[in-house]
Design a protein around this ligand. Structure first.
Ligand code: SF4
Length: 336
């Protein structure tokens, strides 16, 4: 099985502190590489002929060298999506994005400023995300009008219990406000990292009934969109490798900022650095980890979002490195 898709978190530094952040960004060492080493990682991704790469974090746009690394991937024919909170966006950055990525996604987590800022744990984050979308839409529309290459533009809405009932109000507002927007995606919060902790799961993780209602909401939400914006809804279960839902997730390779390949898309286990060993060796090791009988038994037990959170906690504590386990213990002691 080939690694067709990469999730590449290029830093754990982030100006926000989102309650659902599975990578614990902003609350742990950034692990950011130098621009030269970023290019080495980009060359690894190119070398294995990946089809898609999602550049994320942390906030990728605060990393020195993001643009050249993204461009290296895109120039090799890889479909490059960059995820941002929009915190540091302006029209100059939007122009840089137009020259280096295929798609830009801005995160927005509610129909109201109060809801978004509470989830993102930073006042002003809703205003700045909308300003970012405005800048991105203007640059995109100008470039389309003058026949220049540009990105497609999307919004990701991470669905938790506190914004579950704002989805219907969100779609007409966001699609009317930003002509040039191409996609809106609603994605259930992935119960990993801090989002798997029991207090978060209790307060914010969708119930099984809410998760099962998500797919049926897609047609209703799509009908509310203006300007032909495509609306999709996902419960994110394709991230669970080898589960009944995980066929896509099984081919995802997840890179940490320092070049470590995670054994699983979203658990703490790591199998080595792409800066130190050939990717093929690490990928074989990752697939072997995923077939570990204990792991398989745990994954087969997942039926609900809360099962997924429980399994994430079990696997993190079993397979995380000693520093990872110490970080998790500190996080729990601090109550996030
Ligand atoms: S903006 Fe993204 S990376 Fe930063 S804390 Fe929020 S979810 Fe995590």
């Amino acid at each position: 099985m080939l690694a067709e898709r990469f999730v590449w978190d290029i830093t754990y530094a982030c100006p926000l502190r989102c309650t659902h952040c599975y990578s614990e960004s902003g609350r742990r060492p950034p692990k950011t590489l130098t621009p030269a080493d970023l290019m080495r990682v980009a060359d690894v991704i190119v070398g294995v002929k990946a089809k898609r790469a999602a550049i994320s974090g942390g906030e990728p746009l605060i990393v020195d060298g993001w643009r050249d690394a993204a461009k290296r991937l895109r120039d090799a024919g890889i479909y490059v999506t960059l995820y941002t909170s929009g915190w540091v966006m302006d029209e100059r950055v939007a122009e840089d994005l137009a020259g280096s990525v295929t798609k830009v996604i801005v995160s927005l987590d509610g129909a109201t400023e109060a809801t978004h800022d509470a989830i993102r744990q930073r006042s002003g984050s809703h205003r700045r995300a909308r300003e970012a979308l405005g800048a991105l839409a203007r640059v995109k529309n100008d470039r389309v009008a003058s026949g220049r290459e540009t990105y497609s533009l999307g919004v990701d809405y991470t669905v938790v219990r506190s914004n579950f009932n704002e989805m219907d109000a969100f779609v007409p507002d966001i699609t009317k406000s930003f002509p040039g927007l191409d996609y809106v995606r609603f994605a259930m919060a992935v119960p990993e990292g801090p989002a798997a902790d029991e207090d978060f799961a209790e307060r914010e993780l969708l119930t099984n009934e809410e998760m099962l209602a998500l797919p049926a909401s897609e047609a209703r939400l799509a009908a509310l969109a203006r300007h032909g914006v495509q609306v999709s809804v996902t419960d994110m279960r394709y991230y669970v490798p080898y589960s009944p839902y995980g066929t896509v997730g099984a081919t995802i390779a997840h890179l940490e900022p320092d070049g470590q390949l995670r054994a699983f898309g979203v658990y703490e286990a790591k199998v080595g650095s792409v800066l130190e060993e050939p990717f093929e060796v690490l990928w074989r090791r990752a697939l072997a980890w995923r077939n570990d009988p204990f792991v398989m038994e745990q994954i087969k037990s997942i039926e609900t979002p809360h099962d997924w959170a429980r399994v994430a906690r079990v696997l993190d504590r079993r397979y995380g490195s000693d520093p990872d386990k110490a970080r998790i213990a500190l996080r729990l002691a601090k109550g996030r």
